[in-house]
Design a protein. Structure first.
Length: 87
């Protein structure tokens, strides 16, 4: 396997920036707008904290699973290509 090229580092940085930008906008714009619709006024802080925690938990679970699915798909494609070359 080859090492990371400079373009790979740039790609990862762009991906990270996009995720940060998306989450930052959701946390500072969308969630405070939704909290008054979903929770009473005396529970605004708790509701915002709970929604933030659930979003982070979802991200912690979904991103590795998606990465694993991508890796397994790539391995299957490599095996299929290798089988075609051998035959």
């Amino acid at each position: 396997m080859k090492g990371f090229r400079p373009t790979d580092f740039v790609s990862i940085s762009v991906y990270w920036f996009a995720l940060w930008y998306l989450w930052n906008s959701v946390h500072h714009i969308v969630l405070p707008t939704l909290v008054p619709l979903l929770a009473p006024a005396n529970l605004k802080g708790s509701a915002l904290g709970t929604m933030t925690s659930l979003g982070l938990l979802l991200a912690v679970v979904v991103q590795p699973v998606a990465g694993l699915a991508y890796l397994l798909g790539a391995l299957v494609l490599m095996a299929i290509r290798e089988k075609r070359v051998q035959t």
